[in-house]
Write a protein that binds this ligand. Sequence first.
Ligand code: IPD
Ligand code: CA
Ligand code: CA
Length: 258
Amino acid sequence: MQPAVINIFEKAAKKAGKILTRDFGEIENLQIESKSVGDFVTNADIKVERSILETLKYYYPNYTYITEESGKIEGDENVIIIDPIDGTSNFIHGIPHVGIVIAKMADGEITDGIIYNPILNEFFWSSKGKGSWCNDRRLRVSNRTNLTECLIGTGLPFGDRIYKNYLDEIDGILKATAGIRRLGAAGLDLAYVASGKLDGFWEKDLNLWDISSGILIVKEAGGRISRINGDDWSSNCRDVVATNTKIHEDLIKKLTLL
Ligand code: IPD
Ligand code: CA
Ligand code: CA
């Protein structure tokens, strides 16, 4: 059974998801304003976030909110993290790999999280100790043990996000695996690791709102999370590796020996 907090996140996400879906259908009419290369803020991002905040603040008026579009709203020690549209570039291009991400954090640990793709009607959720779910289906990471059979997700850097050895990383992983996917929404990409669709994922230069729920959803589906150098992940880290657990050491080795 879904805990109360997930019910409330679901209510907020499904209401806001209607706005997202409507705008997705009218994509060419959207006014697009460019924040920096590849980092677009659309009217939709702002409208969707406003709607989510309106619902959540009714139930949790005193919480602290960390949001992509409105910044930080100071409150008590309970923290809710929001990415109104993860995959904005996909959204702008009419590619239906987009998600609304809402997570709850206590003492730096993600305890509850949802990722909702309103276009495909996929509602991913997890609470600590309750497993991970997509709609009514329990999620489980893949069973693959050989990197050579594994499909690995990543986020390719672009513009001023380019870092020195990214081509070496791609080269090393392509040679060692069954291929790479750059799907374009880090949160959903993690949900795909939890679903066993991707066997692993890595990315640098992320924000907490991109991956907050995804971190928990991977762990609760039997996966493993760490930093790229193998250290424990914490909420102030900007890089992440997520796997089905079995290939974790091998993937880290490939990424760090470059
Ligand atoms: C982005 C997506 C993308 C990732 C970027 C994020 P946004 O979030 O998750 O996959 O590569 O690092 O910024 O801007 O679409 O919310
Ligand atoms: Ca994002
Ligand atoms: Ca976003």
